[in-house]
Design a protein around this ligand. Sequence first.
Ligand code: WTA
Length: 644
Amino acid sequence: MHKKIYEIPEDWADHALVSAERYQRLYDFSFRDPEGFWSEQGRRISWIAPYTIVKDTRFDPHKVSIKWFEDGTTNAAMNCIDRHLLTRGDQVAIIWEGDDPSQSRRITYRELYEEVSRFANVLKKHGVRRGDRVTIYLPMIPEAAFAMLACARIGAIHSVVFGGFSPEALAGRIEDARSEVVITADEGVRGGKRIPLKENVDKALTRVSAKTVFVVTRTGGEIGMEKGRDFRYEEERESVSAHCPYAEMGAEDPLFILYTSGSTGKPKGVLHTTGGYLVQASITHELVFDYRDGDVYWCTADVGWVTGHSYIVYGPLSNGATTLMFEGVPNYPTVSRFWEVVDKHAVNTLYTAPTAIRALMAAGEEPVKRTSRKTLRLLGSVGEPINPEAWEWYHRVVGEGRLPIVDTWWQTETGGVLISPLPGAIALKPGSATKPFFGVVPEIVGPTGEVLHGACEGNLVIADSWPGQARTLWGDHERFAQTYFHAYPGKYFTGDGARRDEDGYYWITGRVDDVINVSGHRLGTAEIESALVAHELVSEAAVVGYPHDLKGQGIYAYVTLMQGVEPHDALRKELVSWVRREIGPIASPDAVQFAPGLPKTRSGKIMRRILRKIAEGEFGTLGDTSTLADPAVVGDLIKHRAEV
Ligand code: WTA
């Protein structure tokens, strides 16, 4: 464990929204009296009918039920737009920076109101009603935010699918959500390359059906249009009014579904509702990032992930911020791109992922140093544990030693940040997400589920609910209860391991389930395995993660071929592109090892622990292999280990 401590800089200690003293006082209050704390904080958003009930939550595995502000009514789009119009109608809400550095757009709150209203009216015109699911498969263009907010405005439930997912993965998500409307673009653009989004939708819709597809024009590239089903968004937009009233939604009405990977096969449709989610997104955006009126705030995530939902769209816009949306990648056209964007738009807060930091670190200091970055006040990190070397580089080179870094731990299921430094309140330790946010009660449990005290290491659970918590998995409350509440009854199980040090700081050690984190993207090993066995020459597959310098974790696949099929290099390549096609490029295996046999117990369970060790090259610590049905397979696996 890294021992270094960075004390709170003086100007931060004196001027931050939350000082060390205030953090302690408010945290204690939120812990002692969660209802009292959230009753006050709930008022940070605007309500149509105010709530009188604050919290009604049960973690009992047999009747899990989570409700916040349940009798209040509000609308998320109203909170992100309408309530700012009087005071900041002409302020820029969204700065869009294109993949090509010569392209950018600035959208004021008033323009946002009109764009979202038009999009909402188009949806309405085509029969979209409250509670309907709308799948959004768009690149990082402002229309992605317009579409999300348009759904929120009329009470439809959006399901954003990351533009890097394959037609197959998209089809699965459309089907699971029973979504009849898809919003896409002709093509996406990233790093100078085009992504055939509409073509992917067409392929997905050969497997599942949808009534209506709206196509936003991004490149003008050639696409097919199916009459009666596909509509050009720009044409539809012209046919409707620029005013659309917002729907009055219950606090517990669904706002969105977001699919994420779990330890078993099918992706899970994590469901977030309206009131509590928005309160969480808003308070964490303000306090974790010490957001001030007039700040330009940049979260580099894609809106296809929860980070984009909470910290590009809902958090910043509910707070009336200027949020930057970037279409491109960190290394295009040059490895200075991030810092050039910071200078071009006078960015004050930069929130990115360790994988991007590591990649930029590998390019050296010069590309950073040739930019000014003088507007930056604060840096953030999210998505995976940040290794202390990357943290130090981010701090020293990007932040010139003067900018605090907030390393924020959270999950799709948590809706907003749960463990993170507040920059004016908590001294930093590189690699540690530090302390719980207000109202968050983390605990570390040992092997038999006992709560550990003091400095310790074990599994991370959260002992009580918070407003931004996911309410269920779409269409499968049983799986929700099973996944998160059965392992440690009465507590929410995060799936992460963690260490707490003698100062009460939390150090997230990574997933303890069969989920791997590749470049900050969550992938289920089971998902990749089922993609592999779908190939006609594959009889069995086992996938594990291993440490990877840039990606955090790499994907290592053990593949058993059908009887009589000879392993060869071309087949290895084909399997890699097969997985790309089935799931998407983020799931491409980094290594494929052909394995005539896998280490199994006598009851047929694959011993993943052994496979992980072999992938890591840790042959000395394989542990007990005597319980295997055929211990000899281990020697063979070691002998033919793939190059990583
Ligand atoms: C990991 C992303 C360490 C963790 C917001 C978690 C982190 C999973 C951090 C959720 C962090 C996220 N330090 N690990 N600061 N942030 N993680 O759902 O394993 O895409 O369970 O949400 O990412 O990934 P998800």
